[in-house]
Ligand binder design. Structure first.
Ligand SMILES: [Ca+2]
Ligand SMILES: [Ca+2]
Ligand SMILES: [Ca+2]
Length: 282
């Protein structure tokens, strides 16, 4: 009798467990059945993220609802309407756009994350200088007014860390950069610290949309290579897309975009307002 009761008990427990598991499976499977993935290659993240910005019905009015080259073309028209700075004016602009939120006498350096006195701008060891995140040799635009003075991609960096980055493309991998805040580098690429990976991606892709070959400037475009040298390309696109996903815009990056819009260039980086547009275009 005892053995039979135990078997019954086990069977009962097993039956309950199986039923619970099936219910759990059904519940887990339910959303996928109810909302199947669209047959197109539209990425789940872009499709699922209903991002809205305060500027959708105004600044971005003509871009809303578009995708691919139509979106890129529309955004190019929108963001090309801007005020342009001289290279010397960039110093004071960066002191405002990259101000340390905890110390108004300082700026935050992009790659190292160090907070350094605004007054230490310059070219010597221990100074901060004006880093072109889209390296100016990639398209040879220099520092005359144009892409070389577009503060959407100009950031304060430590002089020595800036020198280590040089004109390398962006990619994962390498060994630690001295005083680089966790940034890595090897012979052909640079990987910024995690907190600014998305910032870097969105700056590069802003440049690709803003500069399409007009006004005598090169048509800047991302590609999947490193060692792009002086070609007007910047890699590696597949990695930049990952960085855009893993490091979404934070308060510092959003404020920066707003300050540039309100006080300096009067244009916006669309990928800070709509990170999902990266996947919509590339
Ligand atoms: Ca590399
Ligand atoms: Ca970030
Ligand atoms: Ca372009």
């Amino acid at each position: 009798m005892l053995a039979i009761r135990m078997r019954t008990g086990r069977r009962g427990a097993l039956a309950f467990t199986t039923a619970a598991a099936l219910t759990a499976l059904a519940l887990t499977a339910a959303p996928a059945t109810a909302a199947p993935e669209p047959p197109s290659a539209a990425p789940a993240t872009a499709a699922a993220t209903a991002v809205t910005s305060d500027y959708d019905s105004t600044y971005y009015k003509n871009a809303i609802g578009k995708t691919g080259t139509a979106l890129k073309s529309s955004l190019h028209t929108i963001i090309s309407n801007q005020t342009k700075l001289s290279y010397s004016a960039v110093w004071n602009a960066l002191k405002a756009t990259d101000q340390d939120p905890n110390n108004s006498n300082n700026v935050i350096l992009l790659y190292s994350g160090v907070s350094r006195a605004k007054s230490l701008n310059g070219g010597n060891t221990g100074n901060w200088n004006r880093e072109h995140v889209w390296a100016k040799s990639h398209g040879d635009f220099g520092t005359s007014t144009g892409p070389g003075t577009d503060i959407h991609h100009l950031r304060p960096t430590d002089v020595q860390v800036n020198s280590v980055r040089g004109n390398k493309d962006f990619d994962n991998g390498g060994s630690a950069v001295a005083n680089g805040g966790g940034s890595l580098t090897d012979s052909d690429s640079f990987e910024p610290r995690n907190a600014v990976k998305g910032d870097v991606a969105r700056m590069i892709l802003y440049m690709a949309v803003r500069y399409e070959g007009g006004d005598g400037w090169a048509d800047l475009e991302p590609n999947n290579s490193v060692n792009n040298g002086s070609n007007p390309y910047m890699g590696r696109l597949s990695v930049l897309k990952q960085w855009n996903e893993q490091d979404p815009p934070d308060a510092f990056e959003k404020r920066r975009n707003q300050v540039i819009h309100d006080s300096y260039q009067h244009n916006r980086n669309p990928f800070i307002d709509h990170p999902e547009w990266v996947e919509a275009i590339w």
